[in-house]
Design a protein around this ligand. Structure first.
Ligand SMILES: [Ca+2]
Ligand SMILES: [Ca+2]
Ligand SMILES: [Ca+2]
Length: 162
């Protein structure tokens, strides 16, 4: 009887761990993307599509999420898709944002359409955003943060969407 009790305890804690992991994964989303920049969004004094494009991630959950080893890819309309592995020790706070500029990621967003995908370290798709056209300095943005996709004429890398 004691043994059975321990088995149940073990099973229940195992289920809790699995649920926590699944919930954590579901809480990181692609929150904003600027594919066609016409301003100096990373404030380095240069303006360019190879420099100021960004992808913003958002933690919609209640707990910090370690996204070390997550992989971001641009997947269509390019002969050699860009691929970027999120560095070790990258944690997004609950309600926090992480803007990743193309200058550091090499993940480009085609102006005539592309699809950006985010995978966890096991290769599971976490989120993706596909589009067919762009407007200069108009971002694709979930409004409110983590909500439905729309467009924003006021891109906000690393901050709440408007
Ligand atoms: Ca572009
Ligand atoms: Ca710039
Ligand atoms: Ca934003």
């Amino acid at each position: 009887m004691t043994e059975l009790k321990y088995t149940w305890k073990y099973l229940i804690s195992l289920i809790c761990i699995i649920m926590a992991v699944v919930a954590a994964d579901a809480n990181i989303v692609i929150n904003e993307m600027l594919a066609n920049p016409a301003s100096d969004w990373n404030r380095n004094g240069e303006v360019g599509g190879m420099d100021d494009e960004f992808v913003e991630l958002f933690n919609a959950g209640q707990d910090p999420i370690d996204i070390s080893g997550y992989v971001m890819k641009d997947t269509v309309f390019r002969s050699t898709p860009g691929e970027y592995t999120i560095p070790n020790g990258t944690v997004v706070k609950p309600g926090g944002f992480l803007a990743i500029f193309v200058s550091s990621s090499g993940v480009f967003q085609g102006n005539d359409g592309d699809c950006i995908k985010l995978f966890d370290p096991s290769g599971n798709l976490v989120d993706e955003k596909e589009y067919n056209s762009t407007t200069p300095d108009v971002s694709f943005a979930r409004i409110p943060d983590g909500g439905k996709w729309g467009n924003s004429t006021t891109p906000t890398p690393g901050e709440a969407n408007k």
